[in-house]
Design a protein around this ligand. Structure first.
Ligand code: URA
Length: 443
């Protein structure tokens, strides 16, 4: 196998043969292909694209570059299901969705990632729970999936290792933004979980990885078509990220919000709509429900009966977290030193109008500025800081309206975050056009 021949073929717009793709991925894993060759191939694919067959072959080759989980020997007694979100601000859905689906008879071995830049990472949220092991051994991971029906943990080096090397090169060669490469990268990792069904939450809007609707749709179509072609029942929802999905952004503050949601203390309506819709998709894909209506009722029951909350509590204890986290979250979750609201009258915004626009990415970056997110992959986090009680679009903004509660490590940090948060909001005399939370379903 001569890597440069495969690179040349793709450079010239030809389709790669399955064998060429597999050998290229093997070479990435075995280190027999150089970083320069990976970069050149990534750039060739960036410009020339890949058809569905090539994407499926690339996905499976990357999936098979490491361990692929197999649940058949465990007699779980239900389908293995997961969700992937392209990420955003206040996207705390996984914390509730996994337990809901588990309470409805599914099994969710969710391997999640850390945040980078303005988007938060599910794993960082769990790292804010004292004792919770985000890197358990395989035995504990499997036991938790079996007992709790859900285990949300971090990625191991054994999972799609070809993607780790491929992605690291893409990251430094301006080749991340390629639909075939993103498709294979996301799916290789998810399919390595040994899934029966998958749902994608592809975000669009000011806080999304793919801000433009057309891009989000292209990615959703690509991933669903490749995943279904390799036998994993997959649907996608395109959802709104023109404002934070939840009223909190940070780590411990989002865990608190998820607990409030599961225990029924408080449910942000937009967050609930997306969580419920994704749960419905998973129940349908897994054959746990046969109609949307039935699936929806199951989700409501799981929440209202407290069974979803129990699944969450069970997962947390199995993985080493506090047994009474749901009863006493304040006792366990880290608290910031300075927690004060930012009112409209403390900013230069007009104190009488509607919140017309939110720069969601900027709110995410305000959390990064507080130390709750990363600029670089190696940054360490302050789990206590963040924003809660965030105002959403079209809220009436008078002087006493609270834009956000800012959780900071110092007064100086609080002031910097206050400026960043205020700058992220646009207030004007007319309300913005109302937008749906869920734009489109793709199957
Ligand atoms: N997330 C991934 O895991 N891979 C990509 O290529 C892009 C986003």
């Amino acid at each position: 196998f001569i890597a440069q021949e495969a690179i040349r073929a793709k450079r010239d717009g030809k389709q790669l043969q399955d064998q060429q793709i597999k050998q290229f991925v093997d070479g990435i894993t075995q280190q027999s292909i150089s970083e320069g060759q990976i970069a050149a191939m990534a750039m060739a694919i960036y410009f020339q694209g890949m058809d569905d067959r090539e994407k499926a072959t690339l996905t499976l080759a990357m999936r098979d570059s490491g361990d692929v989980l197999d649940w058949r020997s465990m007699d779980l007694g239900g389908p293995v299901l997961d969700k992937h979100s392209t990420g955003g601000v206040g996207d705390v859905v996984s914390l509730m969705l996994g337990p809901i689906v588990a309470a409805c008879g599914g099994f969710v071995p969710m391997i999640s990632g850390r945040g980078l830049g303005h988007t938060g990472g599910t794993l960082d949220k769990f790292d804010s729970i004292p004792g919770y092991q985000t890197a358990p051994d395989n035995q504990l991971f499997r036991k938790t999936v079996k007992q709790a029906g859900v285990a949300i943990i971090g990625q191991t080096g054994q999972l799609a290792p070809a993607d780790q090397r491929f992605y690291a090169t893409r990251d430094i060669t301006a080749t991340v933004e390629s639909v075939p490469l993103i498709t294979a990268s996301i799916l290789a990792k998810k399919l390595a979980e040994g899934l029966d069904g998958l749902v994608l939450d592809v975000k669009t809007g000011s806080g999304a990885f793919m801000a433009e609707y057309a891009q989000a749709k292209e990615l959703a179509n690509s991933i669903t078509s490749v995943a279904n072609s390799v036998g994993v029942k997959t649907t996608a929802l395109i959802t709104d990220m023109n404002e934070p999905l939840a009223s909190a952004a940070g780590n411990a503050v989002e865990v608190k919000l998820a607990i409030d949601y599961l225990t029924g203390n408080h449910r942000d309506p937009r967050l609930h709509e997306v969580t419920q819709a994704l749960a419905v998709e998973m129940l349908l894909s897994g054959g746990l429900a046969s109609t949307q209506q039935q699936a929806s009722t199951m989700v409501d029951d799981a929440l209202n009966s407290g069974r979803a909350a129990e699944r969450f509590a069970r997962m947390v204890t199995e993985l080493g977290g506090p047994a009474d986290l749901l009863e006493n979250p304040e006792q366990h979750l880290p608290k910031a030193k300075v927690i004060r609201p930012l009112l409209v009258k403390d900013t230069e915004l007009v104190a009488d109008g509607y919140i017309q626009a939110i720069d969601t990415r900027a709110l995410g970056m305000a959390v990064v500025g507080l130390g709750g997110g990363r600029r670089m992959a190696t940054d360490s986090l302050n789990y206590a800081v963040g924003l809660s009680q965030l105002s959403g679009l079209n809220r009436l903004a008078t002087g006493d309206t609270e834009l956000a509660m800012i959780h900071a490590d110092s007064d100086e940090q609080w002031r910097q975050a206050a400026t960043a948060v205020a700058n992220a909001y646009t207030v004007g005399s007319k309300p913005a056009k109302a937008q749906p939370v869920i734009y489109q379903r793709i199957e």
